[in-house]
Design a protein around this ligand. Sequence first.
Ligand SMILES: Nc1ncnc2c1ncn2[C@@H]1O[C@H](COP(=O)(O)OP(=O)(O)OP(=O)(O)O)[C@@H](O)[C@H]1O
Ligand SMILES: [Mg+2]
Length: 351
Amino acid sequence: MTTDELERLLAQQPVALLHRLARGRVHRQFRAGKRRLIELLLQHSSHNRAGLESDLQALLEARQSQSASSAQRSQYPLPITRKKATPQTPVPALSEPAISLTGWLEGIGVPEPQPFVPDPWQTDALSALSEIDVVISVPTGSGKTYVAIEAARRAMEDNRTVIYTSPLKALSNTKYTEFSRLFGPDKVGILTGDRQEHSQAPLLIMTTEILRNLLYDAASGEIDVRLDTLGLVILDESQYIADRERGVVWEETIIFCPSQAKLLLLSASIGNPQDIADWLTSIRPTACRLVRHSKRTVPLRAGYLHPNGRLTPLFRTLGIPYGHPTHLHPEAKRLFLEYEEETLPSGRSRR
Ligand SMILES: Nc1ncnc2c1ncn2[C@@H]1O[C@H](COP(=O)(O)OP(=O)(O)OP(=O)(O)O)[C@@H](O)[C@H]1O
Ligand SMILES: [Mg+2]
């Protein structure tokens, strides 16, 4: 889409939709009028055009499906006054049929294998990472690991070492197994409080606390692991930076990270990724690129599990049947509706 086409498309949208699109992209967006919002969104699109276009597409699809369902509903208008329905004018019931659990869970399984094609945001992140730091903020299950693996492979081919950190020992162990299988056991090491293997390997998996301590030691001259060849530091689950207790570990790791290494922050749930990217830009030698979108690849199925063992589907995800939560508190309904819009999947089939 050209910039003119994008501008025209934005101009055709209601201002409420533009505000949703601007959330997290435009600072104090709620103050801007329609014209100004479009201007700011276009300015923003020069950093991350793919993310903006895909979010816009998702919002348009959501609106389309909403208007389709309200058109369906308007076939059965509610009577305006409380007239007693006569047998000649029956009012069809609006309540939806109960959803069987089997129907709600339908489609979960292993899809047919298909050739792997990286998504545009994945390619975008990898090409940016060859020059600058990158923050990736995309929904869970989008494929952040692919970017981490590919970036690690490229750094190692370039004879640089790579450090991958996760907040949990269990996740570090899983990644150690996964990466050893992928790159070969001699290429991958692990350092956690419980486990130290192949500490001289070019790809080291560790908890973020261990890396922070290593960087402290390096600052005081005691080096366990070679940091001068460090080419890439990947901080997975980097939303921990907002953790009251442990967030400081992420902050210090970023601050002490050697300047020649590129930083890659991965997260599905940073609320203010642009602020994090701006902060990195302000303290690191190169700029930081934010790659983000909010389109879900793997649809969420939200249900309420009652202590009596009944599971009630709660709100709609495209293509997945849902129950009719008539007894919900209005505030809960409002939240679910908002959430429903945010959980629309892109319809991409997964491997
Ligand atoms: N471009 C792609 N096309 C199809 N499938 C993909 C693509 N990229 C990754 N995947 C698959 O998507 C699945 C989820 O990927 P991954 O585990 O990397 O998600 P994630 O973004 O790290 O999620 P989380 O936030 O839960 O850690 C994996 O099975 C992966 O093989
Ligand atoms: Mg992940």
